[in-house]
Design a binder for this molecule. Structure first.
Ligand SMILES: NC(=O)c1ccc[n+]([C@@H]2O[C@H](COP(=O)([O-])OP(=O)(O)OC[C@H]3O[C@@H](n4cnc5c(N)ncnc54)[C@H](OP(=O)(O)O)[C@@H]3O)[C@@H](O)[C@H]2O)c1
Length: 339
C-alpha cells in the first residue's frame, strides 16, 4: 500500500545508464521503468542531480551485479509518491536526498530516512549539492574520527565537492581548518571558504607547512581523499593521538607510512565508505544535519555550484570532473532535460 499521485507519474522515464566500463561516452540516455516505491521509500521527481567523483569511478569500473547501473548519489526534487510506512515526508514536498544510485534520472528512490526538506534559504535546484558532501563530512569527522570541540583539521582537496562544504561546516562549528589544493588559485578559494591556510600539495611539503602553522603541534584530524598519496606526510602532520580518515581507496592502493612515527604519536589511520552504511546510521546523520546544519544553509554555509548541465549531457559533466578544473559541485538539471 502506498500513498501516491497516480495521474502524474508515468510508467517510464529517461535516465542515464552506464552501458560498459569506459570513458564518459559510455553514459547513454535510455528509457527505463520508473522505480518501485517500497514501504519505507520516497519516490522523488528529480529536479537536479549532483555529480560526484564516485560516479566517475563507478563508470570506469562499469556495471556490476550489486549497484544500480544508473549513477547518482544525491538529488533534489518534489516528492511524487511515498511508501505506506513513511510519515515525515508528504507528496508535493520539496526535498533533497541521498540515494543509493539512480540519481541521474527523472525519478529516483530514496530511503525516507535519508530525505531532508530543502533548507528555506536555498533554491530547490541547488539543494542537490548538499547531501553527499554533508553526510560524508558528518560521518567521517564526528562518527569515525570523533572530532572533539576545539580540535583542528586538515582537509585534502579543499575545493572538492566534499571539501568545499566540509571546510565551511567545520569553520562554522569553531574548528581550525587547514586545506590542501592542487593550484594556488584553488588555495585562495579554500581560504575564502574558511580555511585558515591552504597549501598547494603540488609545490610544497604540506606536512612541514602544517607543523609551521601550528607551532609544531600538528592537526588532530586529517580527511584524505587522495588514496595512498600522502601516507608519510599525513603521519608527520598529525598531532599526538591524531586520526587520519581516508575517503578514497585509490583504486585498491597499498598505504605505507613510518610505523615508528605512528606508534610514537599513538595515531589512528582509518577510513569509511558512506554508500554501504546501514540505513539507520544514515538516518541518524540526516537527523543530526537537520538539527545542527540545516538552519545555517544558505547563510553561513553555501553550496559552491560551479556548473550546471542538462541531464542528457552527463558525459560532459564527467569529462569536466576528470579534467580537474572544477572547484565545488557540478549539478545536472533534470526537469525539462529531455523535452
Ligand atoms: N568514502 C566515502 O564514503 C566517500 C564519500 C564521498 C566522497 N568520497 C571520495 O572523496 C573524494 C572526493 O570526492 P568529490 O566528489 O568531492 O571529488 P571532486 O570534487 O572530484 O574532488 C577531487 C579532489 O581530489 C583532490 N586531490 C586529487 N589528488 C590529490 C592529492 N594528491 N592531494 C590532495 N588532494 C588531491 C583534488 O584537488 P585539486 O583539484 O585541488 O588538485 C580535488 O579537490 C573522491 O575520491 C570520492 O570518491 C568518498
Amino acid at each position: 500500500m502506498q500513498k501516491n499521485h497516480f495521474e502524474s507519474i508515468p510508467n517510464h522515464q529517461t535516465g542515464i545508464l552506464i552501458t560498459a566500463a569506459g570513458g564518459p561516452e559510455v553514459l547513454v540516455p535510455v528509457e527505463l521503468p520508473v522505480p518501485e516505491c517500497g514501504p519505507s521509500d520516497v519516490l522523488i521527481r528529480v529536479v537536479s542531480a549532483g555529480v560526484n567523483r564516485h560516479d566517475v569511478n563507478q563508470r570506469r569500473r562499469g556495471p556490476d551485479s550489486v549497484h544500480s547501473p544508473v549513477p547518482g548519489l544525491e538529488v533534489s526534487g518534489v516528492v511524487a509518491r511515498v511508501g505506506a510506512n513513511v510519515t515525515h515526508v508528504g507528496i508535493g514536498d520539496e526535498v533533497c536526498a541521498l540515494v543509493d544510485g539512480g540519481g541521474y534520472a527523472e525519478y529516483a528512490i530514496a530511503d525516507a530516512g535519508q530525505v531532508l526538506p530543502v533548507p528555506s534559504a536555498i533554491a530547490l535546484r541547488d539543494a542537490a549539492a548538499l547531501p553527499e558532501a554533508l553526510f560524508t563530512t558528518v560521518h567521517n569527522f564526528f562518527n569515525v574520527a570523533k572530532l572533539a570541540p576545539g580540535e583542528s583539521v586538515l582537509i585534502h582537496g579543499g575545493t572538492s565537492g566534499v571539501g568545499t562544504l566540509a571546510t565551511q561546516v567545520l569553520t562554522v562549528l569553531g574548528h581550525l581548518v587547514y586545506a590542501t589544493c592542487g593550484t594556488d588559485e584553488k588555495c585562495a578559494m579554500a581560504e575564502k571558504l574558511g580555511a585558515d591556510k591552504a597549501f598547494n600539495y603540488r609545490t610544497l611539503a604540506f606536512a612541514k607547512a602544517v607543523l609551521a602553522a601550528t607551532d609544531g603541534r600538528g592537526v588532530d584530524v586529517i580527511l584524505d581523499l587522495a588514496g595512498a598519496a600522502h601516507g608519510p606526510q599525513n603521519i608527520e602532520a598529525l598531532a599526538r593521538r591524531g586520526r587520519v580518515v581516508h575517503l578514497s581507496p585509490g583504486g585498491n592502493a597499498d598505504l605505507s607510512f613510518p610505523l615508528r612515527e605512528l606508534m610514537r604519536k599513538e595515531a589512528v589511520v582509518t577510513g569509511s565508505l558512506l554508500r554501504p552504511l546501514p540505513n539507520d546510521e544514515k538516518a541518524g546523520i540526516a537527523r543530526w544535519l537537520h538539527t545542527h546544519i540545516w538552519p545555517l544553509i544558505g547563510t553561513s554555509i553555501k553550496p559552491m555550484i560551479t556548473r550546471r548541465l542538462p541531464l542528457a549531457r552527463a558525459s560532459a559533466a564527467h569529462e569536466a570532473l576528470e579534467r580537474g578544473d572544477v572547484a565545488g559541485k557540478i549539478l545536472l538539471d533534470v526537469t525539462g532535460s529531455f523535452n
